[in-house]
Ligand binder design. Structure first.
Ligand code: HEC
Length: 175
């Protein structure tokens, strides 16, 4: 059976409409996928923002560690005691909030290399045995560097910094 010109045109229009609809639907689906894609990317970004940066936490640990050493240098028990607690709180925060980093078990390293050196330091300070406090502060500093070596950051070398005060703060015991 042959189509006349009129029905041929009708068939062509119908075909074009179907193709157009298909295109519109495809476009919508693509947009939807795009939206989903960017949504999960946003979530990823947010998750990253919520994860504290280890370097920032380390910087805080370093500040308290150094201020502690300066208070030890000044034999200022009250101030040294305050900063040792801040050092411990910063370390606890790292264990809790950044338990792993770049595939390293930070929490475990912190327990093995750091906690074991903090406890004897606490005891020495409680006894105001300043010679021992100094020695244990050096041990703790070595543990910072041991962990840096163990986590491919050996180039971050920490020193006790006993006699090196860069802060606008007086560490001496008040009269
Ligand atoms: C559990 C292992 C571990 C211990 C213990 C540790 N660190 Fe770190 N530290 C790291 C890692 C890993 C980095 C690198 C972080 C990064 O790449 O963002 C780092 C980076 C740093 C940095 C560079 C960031 C900055 O602000 O300049 C400093 C400083 C630092 N640590 C100080 C210390 C001090 C001080 C101690 C001891 C009181 C210490 N760290 C103990 C693992 C450790």
């Amino acid at each position: 059976m042959m189509f006349d010109r009129k029905s041929s045109a009708k068939i062509l229009y119908s075909a074009l409409t179907v193709i157009l609809c298909a295109l519109v639907m495809l476009q919508c689906t693509t947009e939807k996928t795009d939206n989903n894609g960017s949504a999960s990317q946003q979530e990823l970004k947010k998750a990253k923002e919520n994860t504290p940066e280890l370097a920032v936490a380390m910087g805080q640990l370093q500040t308290y560690h150094h201020k502690f050493a300066l208070a030890v240098e000044a034999k200022n028990y009250q101030l040294a005691n305050f900063y040792l607690h801040e050092v411990e709180a910063a370390a606890d925060g790292i264990k809790e909030n950044i338990p792993s980093y770049e595939g390293y078990d930070i929490r475990k390293f912190m327990k093995i290399m750091f906690d074991s050196d903090v406890e004897p330091l606490e005891t020495a300070l409680a006894n105001k045995n300043w010679d021992k406090v100094r020695q244990k502060t050096i041990d703790l500093t070595n543990s910072c560097n041991s962990c840096h070596n163990a986590t491919a950051h050996g180039f971050v070398k920490i020193t006790p910094g006993f006699d090196n005060n860069p802060f606008n703060q007086d560490f001496s015991v008040s009269e």
